[in-house]
Design a protein around this ligand. Structure first.
Ligand SMILES: [Zn+2]
Ligand SMILES: [Zn+2]
Length: 264
């Protein structure tokens, strides 16, 4: 069983205090074979994550952990970008010299507002529509490997409007997923929703199934954990869901190349 967690944060992200070493130790205890760290990064000074990461420190710590845990855990260097379709040139310039294995692309902000703020004073379906339109723009041009938590807005909308109805957004989701497939961009099963009040993955199983129906193949699984305790949480549930949707493989990345791995 080759267990992998392809979405994890440490104190190199603005919203995590986790020590990388501790995350690795816990991953090994849980039988995880490969982890990809995906720290938050933005080139936009208005984004909350701006200015936090020090890439030298990040890559040094990755190397230290790779040495310390070799034979026990494969460790990959990834990143999670906020709105990588905007400020594309700035992103290219910063990221080009880095030896990243993997890039996640996320919509965390719309018109420089955090999603929670963006939601205020908007009708539910309008808010979701605006959000998915932004995801569509992202997938059309961004230089990324995987679209992270495609329906993230539900995490913030759950307490006010609730979770969107898949059928209301099927057309827009189809456009997003087809564009992703065309551009060789995959999607993830982000398991973090199972740990909170959402009680479902991001995206929901309907979207994963739809992606498969449309011919999508590239899928990763990530806990989106921000603490050592939750590394690899619910990996088995996510794998079962992927299988239920018809997937036999998920993917790992090396130097930004997808490599298929049999599902556990
Ligand atoms: Zn985060
Ligand atoms: Zn994340």
């Amino acid at each position: 069983m080759y267990l992998m967690d392809y979405h994890h944060h440490t104190n190199h992200s603005f919203d995590s205090k986790a020590s990388m070493e501790e995350v690795c130790e816990n991953a090994i205890k849980k039988g995880i074979k490969e982890i990809c760290f995906t720290e938050h990064f933005s080139v936009n000074p208005l984004a909350p994550t701006y200015g936090h990461i020090d890439f030298d420190k990040y890559f040094n710590e990755i190397t230290q952990c790779q040495e310390k845990f070799h034979n026990q855990l494969i460790i990959k260097a990834g990143i999670e970008l906020c709105e990588p379709h905007l400020l594309k040139e700035q992103y290219d310039e910063v990221l080009k010299p880095l030896n990243l294995d993997f890039i996640l692309g996320s919509v965390h902000n719309i018109e420089n507002q955090k999603l929670r703020k963006y939601l205020e004073n908007k009708e539910g379906n309008k808010a979701y529509m605006g959000y998915f339109e932004e995801v569509y723009k992202l997938v059309c041009t961004a230089d990324i490997d995987i679209l992270a938590h495609i329906d993230l807005l539900k995490r913030y909308a759950i307490t006010t409007y609730g979770i969107y109805n898949f059928h209301d957004f099927k057309e827009l989701l189809e456009a997003i997923l087809k564009k992703a497939i065309e551009r060789n961009i995959g999607i993830e099963i982000n398991i973090s929703g199972l740990r909170g009040s959402l009680k479902q993955t991001l995206p929901s199983i309907d979207v994963i199934r739809f992606y498969k129906e449309l011919g999508g193949e590239i899928l990763t699984i990530g806990s989106d954990s921000h603490s050592p305790q939750s590394v690899g949480a619910d990996l088995h549930e996510a794998a079962a869901m992927a299988k239920e949707c018809g997937f036999n493989h998920i993917f790992k990345y090396e130097n930004r190349k997808p490599i298929a791995v049999e599902l556990w």
